[in-house]
Ligand binder design. Sequence first.
Ligand code: NI
Ligand code: MN
Length: 228
Amino acid sequence: MTTILTYYGHAALGLNISGTNILVDPFLSENPAATADPAELPADFILVSHGHGDHVGDTVTIAKRTGATIITNFEMANWFSAQGAENVHPQHLGGGFAHPFGYLKLTLALHGSGLPDGSYGGNPCGFLLDAEGKKTYLACDTGLFGDMALIGAEGVDLAAVPIGDNFTMGPKDALLAVAMIKPRMVVPIHYNTWDLITQDAHEWKRAVENRVDTTVFPLSPGESLSIE
Ligand code: NI
Ligand code: MN
């Protein structure tokens, strides 16, 4: 009974929950920071937070190869079906479902969600997962919002928050987010992929750990972390 989070660079993550492989926003083949091969990664489920290309990424090809079920909002689930994905599970903001790997709820995110071909992608989301007695909150692409405190009130063990600035929260707002979410562990994402979102994750680690009782794990692409 272990949950392992793997960082694939940018905002691409993997969760292995007692052997079930879940990919999140698998942007790999066009991702300058990625080291994983989308033709080889195992996937049982793929979570997609919003329609932007740096999140949809290789979702369609991985889903076709593996038969993985794509979990995303209703609008994007329909779009992925139209792209030829066989297994999709639509949810929407505020709605949770007991999947075989755990209870997954779609949370608010302040961002956009236009799909790569210009299709409407509904509202962007984050994910709150309750699996094996641990809560994981993936903020995904978002600006800071006060309702993160409500998510934190659920008792978050591990969070992943963007720190890149420009397109999402930057380091200062991400610190305020961590102060509201109060996770035991946090992984910074969505930075250093391109010049526009260059950040020093180790400086952010120092700033966060000076201010709140959370341990920051700046992971290199390919690195993993066990949720204890
Ligand atoms: Ni985005
Ligand atoms: Mn993005």
